[in-house]
Design a protein around this ligand. Sequence first.
Ligand SMILES: O=C(CO)[C@H](O)[C@H](O)COP(=O)(O)O
Length: 260
Amino acid sequence: MTLSPIDRAKFAAAHRAAAMVEPGMKVGLGTGSTAAWLVQCLGERQRDEGLRFTAVPTSARTADLAREAGIEVGDLGTARWLDLTIDGADQIDREMNLIKGGGGAHLMEKIVATASDRMVVIADASKEVETLGAFPLPVEVIPFGWQVTRMLIEETLVGLDVLGRETTLRMAGDAPYRTDQGNHIVDLHLKRIGDPRQLGLVLNQIPGVVENGLFTDICDATVIGHSDGRVRVRQHAGGPAEEMRYDLEDADNIFTEIAE
Ligand SMILES: O=C(CO)[C@H](O)[C@H](O)COP(=O)(O)O
């Protein structure tokens, strides 16, 4: 069985980041297709090397995947503080500001990442952008009066340095999408986000808004995978970037083992 090019890139990033987990660590597990690879790679390390760590998932989906991979699932309330969180992202700018929440889990993801010594983002190279904005920015809102909250969001955008004000309520079939916390998501279709820090703060002041998908000053390192097996690790603090290359035959073999 061979991986699609995009899955090769995601796999390579996830595999490199899984190697950052050390025995005894408390680790936040992100949500999404790249994070799903991470869970598989950690399950494999647990089976092959007997790696033991405390896993704190950022969604019910990731908790289910972790259990399926044989990883015991803990919770943040008990763990209190984590050594490391590894998660995907929808967009990453040069300063490692992120848009997250394409999978609707950004509230739990932000809580878990903020409660960690380090957040490492894993992604394929298409997620790296000059400036954030082309990807719809998710804003989690409580269901009560969500129409009013959405109106307030749109009015707030008028006074800000952003381009575009269209918003949509995220749907799951015919019904509004529900997050793990039972909330809805309003996606903001902004072509340009001026100052992500300012926008994030302002959005969270609006009554009814629970959390937005802008992650500023949270990500400490990125692990970017390419479909030819190349992986680049960059630290927010600077210093030389680490480059490596996966043998794609190896990646296919590991994938086949995981898939079986
Ligand atoms: O923020 C997220 C979920 O809320 C995901 O990390 C983000 O959507 C990236 O997902 P994928 O790895 O599937 O591209």
